[in-house]
Write a protein that binds this ligand. Structure first.
Ligand SMILES: C[S@@+](CC[C@H](N)C(=O)[O-])C[C@H]1O[C@@H](n2cnc3c(N)ncnc32)[C@H](O)[C@@H]1O
Length: 291
């Protein structure tokens, strides 16, 4: 059992709270919002375990924290529990922004904006966090968002990301392209995961220095991961909802089959990259193997 166990985000008025793209047919809904509709709240490849390893290294206590694309606010709850000085979420979807607002209450605020153009001041954050949001961007948009994170950080500040990874670094280009096509077809999101080396290069091209990398299996739809992320009650609720909705069930089974088929090539990957202070000497990056 994990040491800290913050309550999952389930606003008091959850019955009324509208989920993003709630009107979209199950056949066409982006995978993450379809899963959210079924009751899933942890919508990132390495699960809550990798999130906790990541934020433990980001130095949240007493920090000014900006979270890009907080979605339903599940990580926001974890961040607030670590007592940052300030929390600002930057979310482009109004319904999702509402979920995060309810999750953080008076401990922070959420602005509705594109993460590439947050409107927040330069050097206003000690930590920028972003999970499962860069993967779904084009290469150009990934670069814009990373540049925005670097702009928001003070020297010495940390950018903590958790995304979908490809393995190994030497994966051949045809397999990458084929996998991206299969993901787009099945998840209905233009997912463009990168290898650890490519994620590192993306962050370092923006002037950041990767100090820590962590990995986890891509087990988003495995029973064990769901019990760990959503608890027994949450998992039973997801299964019950899937049993009641044949279209959603078909989609979930297709996603699960794809993740399973490519479990050797897919990973949850997390990185902490630091904005160097002038004159600082780089330390050796710490790469953790998969647990
Ligand atoms: C897969 S969900 C992940 C949500 C949350 N970070 C988590 O891990 O549970 C992706 C989120 O990214 C948001 N998003 C995608 N592109 C964005 C952008 N350019 N600016 C702000 N939010 C964005 C979506 O609205 C959605 O809430």
């Amino acid at each position: 059992m994990a040491a800290q166990e913050p309550e999952p985000v389930e606003p008091a008025d959850a019955q009324e709270a509208r989920l993003p793209l709630a009107e979209r047919r199950a056949e066409d809904a982006p995978g993450h919002w379809l899963l959210a509709r079924l009751g899933k709240r942890v919508l990132r490849p390495g699960g809550l375990g990798l999130t906790r390893r990541l934020i433990a290294r980001a130095g949240i206590a007493g920090a000014d924290v900006v979270e890009l694309a907080p979605g339903l606010g599940r990580t926001a709850v974890e961040l607030i529990a670590l007592e940052p000085r300030d929390y600002v979420g930057v979310e482009q979807d109004e319904d999702a922004a509402g979920w995060t607002r309810r999750a953080v209450g008076s401990a922070g605020r959420v602005v509705r904006a594109d993460a590439a153009e947050s409107g927040l001041p330069d050097a206003s954050a000690d930590v920028v966090v972003g999970e499962a949001m860069l993967t779904m961007q084009s290469d150009a948009a990934k670069r814009r968002i990373v540049a925005e994170a670097a702009r928001l950080l003070r020297p010495g500040g940390r950018y903590a990301v958790h995304e979908l990874g490809l393995h190994p670094d030497s994966l051949d280009p045809e397999t990458k392209t084929d996998l991206r096509k299969q993901l787009a077809r099945t998840i209905k999101v233009n997912a463009r995961p990168l290898t650890v080396a490519e994620w590192t290069e993306l962050l370092e091209d923006a002037g950041l220095r990767v100090e820590w990398t962590g990995l986890a299996p891509m087990a988003l739809l495995q029973m064990r991961r769901n019990l760990a992320d959503e608890g027994l009650r949450g998992t039973v609720r997801i299964i019950r909802n899937a049993l009641r909705d044949a279209d959603a069930r078909r989609r979930v089974l297709a996603m699960r089959a794809l993740f399973r088929e490519h479990r050797d090539e897919l990973r949850g990957v997390a990185l902490v990259a630091v904005k160097p202070e002038q004159g600082s000497t780089p330390s050796r990056p710490n790469r953790e193997e998969m647990p």
